[in-house]
Design a protein around this ligand. Structure first.
Ligand code: UGA
Length: 457
């Protein structure tokens, strides 16, 4: 049985909350801190506040036991051996990450350090942040031997966050002291030694048979760069395949075949080669911009990332042009929109290309009726209901009498849409699919005018 360690996690957003309940699942004693009392109350009451698979079961199992929720950072600091900072690092106007929340938390922690603490950056932060955290803590009167700052980036994806945490491709620990590296090594030992997979009482659906996870120890600066470089590289892959899909459209080739053909090369790999309407979400757009800005500030030419962003923005415009090519004029057209979340299986609409496209279509004078399995309530805050912007509670409700149907998010459930129902319900059988959810041949045999991304009509 591995050692139970007292851990504080500051911030109960996606990363913080998932880390907190998963650390409890690994047998640690966790205090999760948030300065929003309403969030703390909700979490104490078992409400996860976000739509994320397996999170409710884990919260029910460990809430108010292995993981307790509080607003009291002082008490959490005093009790914990390791304090994970998982607060937001939003994008500032210049594209940089705004680190003011990280700084505020670091100063607050410093005021309550009374024994050796490992302070861990879990939020995505630019290189050098660990140095700043160290300086802030020292400035607040804490001597150097009383603490270490470690970078331990998180690589979880929304929608599969719990699985990603418990079955990571790798765990990265950037530590400049052996003492701190050992604390992190102990925290993750159930995963790196594979003991978790042997002893866990399985939560239905969570895989507990797995190989021990690899752990990589690096310098703190390398770990900070690993996080930004990983997300930027994945964004490069997406923009690359989007550019290839445009070429496929021009040449009448099929991007799916091309993607499979290049992805079978093990040096390239098959993942993140799905073309679409561009990447979105709370991470990629922000992290690519921040990484580009860090490079710029350090005098390093990283124009590749500017191009990645440009291709990403163009992808939405190309989709709009496709809608126009199918419908001629747009003003007054009634369009069914399937999907508002930035990707399937999440209710998150931050930087969602689907929301951007809705805004563009509303600007063109279209009338939209949108359906999303989970994101409607959040979407209503961005796109308030009106005569022009309506919401439906089913695919059928959205499709009713629409001039065309647009697929903007890759929700798995859209794949099994009843095509006969669509035929009956739509005013015209036109489907413009920004996520390549359907087979063009099946769609054309079912009588649809079907446009997708990078595949022959
Ligand atoms: C991403 C990374 O995948 C995680 O490893 C990372 O930990 C996380 O950011 C973060 O930094 O916190 P996430 O934003 O949840 O995770 O979503 P992804 O599944 O990576 O998708 C991002 C966007 O790219 C979505 O809009 C998705 O639709 C799009 N995408 C993804 C494509 O257009 N094509 C693909 O082939 C893959």
């Amino acid at each position: 049985m591995s050692k139970s360690i007292k851990i504080a996690v500051v911030g109960s957003g996606y990363v913080g909350l998932v880390a907190a309940v998963c650390f409890a699942e690994l047998g640690h004693q966790v205090i999760c801190v948030d300065n929003d009392q309403r969030k703390v109350d909700a979490l104490r009451g078992g409400d996860t506040l976000i739509h994320e698979e397996h999170l409710p079961e884990l919260l029910a199992r460990h809430g108010n036991k292995g993981v307790v929720f509080t607003t009291d950072l002082a008490e959490a600091t005093a009790q914990a051996a390791a304090i994970f900072i998982a607060v937001g690092t939003p994008q500032s106007e210049t594209g940089d990450a705004d680190l003011s929340y990280v700084e505020a938390v670091a100063s607050e922690i410093a005021r309550h350090v009374d024994s050796y603490k490992v302070i861990v950056e879990k939020s995505t932060v630019p290189v050098y942040t660990n140095e700043w955290i160290r300086r802030v803590i020292e400035r607040n009167g804490v001597s150097r031997e009383m603490f270490d700052v470690v970078s331990n980036p998180e690589f979880l994806r929304e929608g599969t966050a719990v699985e990603d945490f418990l079955h990571p491709d790798r765990i990265v620990v950037g530590a400049d002291s052996e003492r701190a590296a050992k604390v992190l090594g102990d925290i993750y030992s159930p995963l790196t030694e594979g003991t978790y997979y042997k002893t866990a009482e399985p939560i239905p659906g969570i895989c507990t048979e797995d190989a021990p996870a690899p752990i990589l120890f690096t310098s703190t600066k390398s770990a900070e760069i690993i996080k930004h470089a990983s997300n930027a590289f994945l964004a490069v892959k997406i923009s690359f395949i989007n550019a290839v899909s445009n070429l496929c459209e021009a040449a009448d080739a099929n991007v799916e075949q091309v993607s499979r053909g290049i992805g079978l090369d093990s040096r390239i790999g098959p993942k993140f080669l799905r073309p679409g309407i561009g990447y979105g979400g709370s991470c990629f757009p922000k992290d690519v911009a921040a990484f580009r800005s860090v490079a710029e500030q350090m005098g390093v030419d990283f124009n590749l990332l500017t191009e990645v962003e440009r291709i990403n923005a163009t992808q939405k415009k190309r989709f709009l042009a496709k809608v126009r090519s199918a419908l001629w004029t747009l003003r007054g057209k009634r369009l069914a929109v399937l999907g508002l979340a930035f990707k399937g299986e999440t209710d998150d609409i931050r930087e969602s290309p689907a929301i951007d496209l809705c805004e563009m279509l509303l600007g063109e004078g279209c009338q939209l009726v949108a359906y999303d399995p989970a994101a409607i309530e959040r979407a209503k805050l961005e796109l308030p209901p009106s005569a022009q912007m309506q919401y439906a509670d089913s695919v059928e409700g959205a499709a009713k009498d629409a001039d065309a149907l647009l697929v903007l998010t890759d929700w798995a459930e859209f794949k099994s849409i009843d095509l006969e129902m669509l035929q009956r319900t739509l005013r015209y059988p036109i489907v413009i699919d920004g996520r390549n959810m359907f087979d063009p041949k099946t769609m054309s045999e079912a009588g649809f005018t079907y446009l997708s991304v990078g595949r022959p009509v």
